[in-house]
Write a protein that binds this ligand. Structure first.
Ligand code: SAH
Length: 395
């Protein structure tokens, strides 16, 4: 264990239970911290919190307790059980793929757990939680009893990157490995997560609610799914009776998964339904050809990963939205999303407004929908909210 003593006057955020302790607040340290445990005390020596120690990160500790309790397997089991109970209350029927533990949102800072049917993927997001791996794994096995548990350690590499840029909360993004597909259900639809080589832990579980909305309004409509990854939006639209759905993504591997997802759900598809292209070029070609779609979905990757990216990201969002808006038929819909935690909801709405002015196409916001209830956000750590989705209807 390492004992971290805060500088005078730098204990406010810890007293407010904010789970991120920045290295700049530390006056002195004592002990080696090789077990990943940090004890945090104010300038007068009073212990305020305990957490996971990440010496390589700007966030030198992620705080787990503020009541003197020392994190360990008992605490992990308790937190995981609470997380499991929440999912039992909020998940829809016929859904076996879900986020089971959402880091700060489940009082488990630095830990993600995604469940795909019989397989669970534990992602350790920080150096500190990586050093707790054995105890965390054993708690996961006990509470969730998965047939198979995979562990992704993205902590140390992420911490090194973060040293140079402030943190943004995000979707989590494990490093790629060997392709491995694990089947699961989302609202009765058959999907497979690529838990080896895929993005995130293999699937974008955070868009479940938006996919159900799309399914509910897709009947008879044409759908253009931009940044489609494994085509889950299109599958939901076809399940809702869409006339046609086209996926656009720059990743051939993602489009291959899209094909498999359509087939697994019994939807016929042709080569023209899967377009390997840069979306920025593709939407321009479509606009120049005068195409109109009843529904356009735009769910790009996080354009802003650090604060210095925000202006460039804003231009990217505005650009792609402006062109996408021109593709929406009168009476049609645009679901536009941003998963950059650093681009807040207000800023995103302003960017989308500016895009609509430039496009000369009026839209109304009909619904705002971010990540589903299996992605809780702690009031203590609002940075955990990253996904914004605006459902826009063209007048
Ligand atoms: N909507 C998806 C998730 C999208 S993730 C879902 O619900 O599953 C973002 C996707 O954008 C990734 O698949 C990535 O390959 C793709 N991508 C990133 N930049 C791109 C670009 N410039 N053009 C096309 N696709 C891009």
């Amino acid at each position: 264990m390492i004992r971290l003593r805060l500088k005078p006057g730098r204990d406010e955020s810890v007293r407010r239970r904010h789970p991120w302790l920045f290295s700049g607040a530390i006056a002195s340290a004592e002990g080696d911290g090789s077990d990943g445990l940090a004890e945090v005390a104010d300038a007068g020596g009073r212990v305020l919190a305990h957490g996971a120690y990440s010496p390589g990160s700007q966030i030198v500790a992620r705080l787990w307790t503020f009541d003197g309790r020392v994190p360990g397997e008992d605490l992990f089991r308790e937190r995981l059980r609470a997380a499991r109970r929440l999912r039992e209350e909020v998940l829809p029927a016929e859904t076996t793929g879900y986020r089971a533990v959402n880091s700060e949102g489940d009082a488990c800072p630095g830990v993600l757990l995604d469940v795909y049917g019989e397989t669970a993927v534990l992602e350790l997001l920080t150096e500190g939680t990586e050093s707790w791996a054995p105890a965390l794994e054993s708690a996961v096995r006990e509470v969730f009893a998965p047939a198979e548990l995979l562990v992704k350690r993205s902590g140390a590499s992420r911490d090194r990157k973060q040293k140079h840029s402030p943190p943004g909360a995000g979707r989590g993004e494990g490093e790629g490995g060997e392709a491995r597909r694990v089947p699961f259900l989302e609202n009765g639809l058959r999907f497979a997560a690529d838990v080896g080589a895929g993005q995130k832990t293999g699937f974008f579980l955070d868009q479940r609610e938006n996919r159900s909305r799309l399914r509910a309004l897709a009947a008879g409509r044409t759908v253009l799914d931009l940044f489609s990854y494994s085509g889950a939006f299109s599958v939901a639209a076809l399940a809702g009776g869409a006339a046609r759905a086209v996926d656009v993504d720059s990743s051939a591997a993602a489009l291959e998964l899209s094909r498999e997802h359509r087939a697994a759900n019994g939807f016929a598809a042709g080569d023209a339904d899967f377009v390997e292209a840069d979306v920025f070029d593709d939407v321009r070609r479509r606009a120049a050809a005068g195409e109109r779609w009843d529904v356009v979905v735009c769910d790009p990757p996080a354009f802003a990963k650090k604060r210095a990216d925000v202006d460039r990201a804003a231009r990217g969002y505005k650009d792609v939205n402006r062109v996408a808006m021109a593709l929406v038929a009168p009476g049609g819909w645009l679901l536009t999303c941003s998963c950059s935690g650093l681009v807040g909801a207000d800023l995103f709405q302003k960017i989308v407004f500016a895009a609509s002015l430039d496009a000369g196409v009026p839209f109304a916001i009909v619904a705002r929908q971010g990540a589903g209830p299996d992605h809780p956000v702690s009031l203590d750590c609002p940075e955990g909210e990253y996904l914004k989705g605006l459902w826009l209807r063209r007048a």
